[in-house]
Design a protein around this ligand. Structure first.
Ligand code: ATP
Ligand code: MG
Length: 575
């Protein structure tokens, strides 16, 4: 591709609203432009990378035995009502009406459509197992679109769905797609990790997230250094700590704590460590109030709470509900006497509450706390459980070693769905004994556009992008330092020859200053750069530089093909 004919509008400066390096570089290198919040235009260079990513995914899924389909992005309300998600999906689902008043949504994912499709055409175990996938636009009205295409509202996804007749076959398919994912992310050149994850709005039995390891990742991952258990921190189970020996218990004392609303303020005022505080959080779980006791500095993991209560939704109580239950303002609720006052409100306690002796808790009275509060002696929760968001110091539930924490970008997600959708939508089949059964499903997503941004987060320098070879928009960047004469002639020849050999070449034949050509080449980040210039031409040489290396090499034209083959072993098109 000749740069003189190619649309790559590069920019010297990143726009102000580009908030991470990949968003900055994608805009500066002319891959994307922003249309509206979370909505982007893809320019030729960006689209080329998307297609490269898409092709690798397609190759591996086809190899695994999946079949490609193409599903609608506008989906009817009835289907979403059948699965129950029309109500439960929440505000990320963009709902609208057509001219006849019929309800539709923009697909955030496609379980409903695919389940219905398969239920119509598959009726016998003989037609199973089956795995269908598609590439397509997804729309999620994210509450806070950010990080460029990483958390967009409109984005490009590969979604796959497997249907099986029994558990074993369903698990085999899960493993097969999981293995394909490992192959795909390895081919992309990623440093990544598959971790246990929550099933979120998609639902199902279990799931894994594929995380690209990067400091800028939105996800925190807990990794056990001993047994290897790793999970998204929001899903990480924690080993229950041993309960404290209750010795030296002191009598409860009431203290005045005027206007002390945060644990930090209180800890300071009472001169006690935060882990000595028993804080009470009040939540609404599907409209029912529930109180949860946590250790002062610990954060409640709402996902764990939702699961424990088998609730669809949990949210913090508003000030009014809080005041009603705690008989006080925010910050002064506590467990002593709580059940007597609120016999119908469930009182839960995190396992760490049992590590506190002579703790501090709210007195259910404005500006007042109690000292020397002790579990069992002064309060008995309805249940203890693991409600804590994993953090430093917590131990692995499997082997007891303390967790390490790293950050990652979720690029793929696999779910074992079970029969959640097939049962709701009558996707049944007749088994060998002529019994009617729901199909067992799995679903598998890869955020194609997010993959591209993640690749840049993981591989860039101060000058620009450094593409992994497998997904680079071009194999080689060729720069003619002169727009005319011998240099141009020789460069044209090289371009011609490399193209014949099957390399994709971005050829900078523009009439620009060498400095700006080099800058653009570094910004755009093609892994292999060749330069033809006046200085080396009399010696019959050209310059080769890898985008991964600091130093250039000088090759004769005769050596070019041989050297290139050796240097760029992974150049995709030329293999
Ligand atoms: P997240 O936790 O990041 O919101 P999710 O769990 O909602 O992701 P899935 O429903 O599993 O995501 O979607 C499959 C894949 O689609 C994700 O692994 C991710 O790569 C991609 N993806 C999800 N939401 C977005 C988004 N808003 N913008 C770009 N890609 C996304
Ligand atoms: Mg999401």
């Amino acid at each position: 591709m000749k740069l003189s004919q190619y649309y790559i509008p590069t920019l010297k400066e990143a726009p102000k609203d580009a908030d991470i390096i990949s968003a900055k570089l994608m805009t500066r290198a002319g891959l994307i432009r922003k249309t509206a919040s979370g909505i982007y235009e893809w320019l030729p260079l960006g689209l080329r990378v998307l297609k490269k990513i898409e092709n690798i995914i397609r190759e591996e899924l086809d190899r695994a035995g999946c079949n490609e389909v193409w599903l609608p992005v506008v989906q009817p309300q009835e289907l979403w009502e059948e699965s129950g998600r029309w109500t439960y999906y929440g505000k990320e689902l963009l709902r609208f009406k057509d001219r006849k008043g019929a309800g539709f949504c923009l697909a955030p994912t496609a379980e409903e459509v695919i389940t219905k499709l398969v239920s119509k055409d598959v009726s016998s175990y003989k037609q199973l197992p089956l795995c269908l996938y598609q590439f397509g636009t997804k729309f999620r009205d994210e509450i806070r679109p950010r990080f460029g295409v990483m958390r967009a509202r409109e984005f490009y996804m590969k979604d796959a769905y497997s249907f099986a007749a029994d558990e074993q076959s369903a698990n085999e398919w899960y493993q097969r797609v999981y293995d394909a994912y490992v192959e795909i992310f390895t081919r992309f050149g990623f440093k990544f990790k598959a971790v246990e994850a929550d099933t979120g709005a998609i639902g199902g039995n279990f799931s894994h997230e594929f995380m690209v390891l990067a400091q800028t990742g939105e996800n925190e991952i807990s990794v056990c250094p001993k047994c290897g258990y790793s999970a998204n921190t929001e899903k990480t189970e924690i080993k229950a700590p041993s309960a404290a020996e209750q010795q030296g218990l002191r009598e409860i004392e009431e203290v005045s704590t005027p206007n002390m609303r945060t644990i930090a303020e209180l800890a300071n005022f009472l001169n006690r460590p935060q882990e000595n505080f028993i804080k009470m959080l009040i939540y609404k779980a599907d409209d029912k109030p529930v109180a949860v006791l946590m250790r002062g500095e610990d954060e409640l993991n709402e996902i764990k709470l939702r699961k424990f209560l088998s609730a669809n939704e949990v949210e913090k109580a508003d000030a009014e509900l809080y005041a009603k239950i705690a008989s006080s303002d925010l910050g002064f609720a506590g467990p002593v006497g709580f059940k007597q006052k609120n016999p119908n409100v469930k009182l839960l306690a995190d396992n760490y509450i049992k590590t506190i002796v002579n703790g501090v808790a709210g007195a259910n009275k404005l500006d007042t706390h109690l000292l020397n509060v002790n579990f069992e002696r002064d309060f008995t929760p309805d249940a203890y459980g693991d409600f804590k968001l994993a953090s430093k110091g917590d131990a692995c539930p499997h082997c007891g070693a303390k967790f390490d924490f790293i950050r990652g970008i979720e690029v793929g997600h696999t779910f074992k769905l079970g029969t959640k959708y097939s049962a709701a939508m009558n996707a049944n089949f007749l088994d060998e004994k002529q019994e009617n059964k729901p199909m067992i499903m799995g679903c598998y997503g890869i955020g194609v556009s997010r993959v591209l941004a993640a690749a840049i987060e993981q591989s860039h320098d101060d000058n620009g992008i450094i593409w992994p070879e497998a997904i680079s928009p071009f194999d080689i960047c060729l720069i003619a330092l002169d727009g005319e004469g011998e240099v141009k002639k020789k460069s044209d020849e090289v371009y011609q020859r490399l193209s014949e050999l099957g390399y994709s070449v971005l050829y900078d034949d523009r009439d620009e200053r060498p400095g700006s050509k080099f800058k653009d080449a570094d910004l755009v980040g093609i892994p292999h750069r060749l330069v033809v210039g006046k200085k080396l031409l009399p010696e019959g040489k050209l310059e080769y530089k890898s985008r991964y290396a600091a130093k250039a090499d000088f090759w004769t034209f005769a050596e070019l093909e041989e050297k290139l083959k050796k240097t760029a072993v992974n150049i995709s098109n030329a293999r």
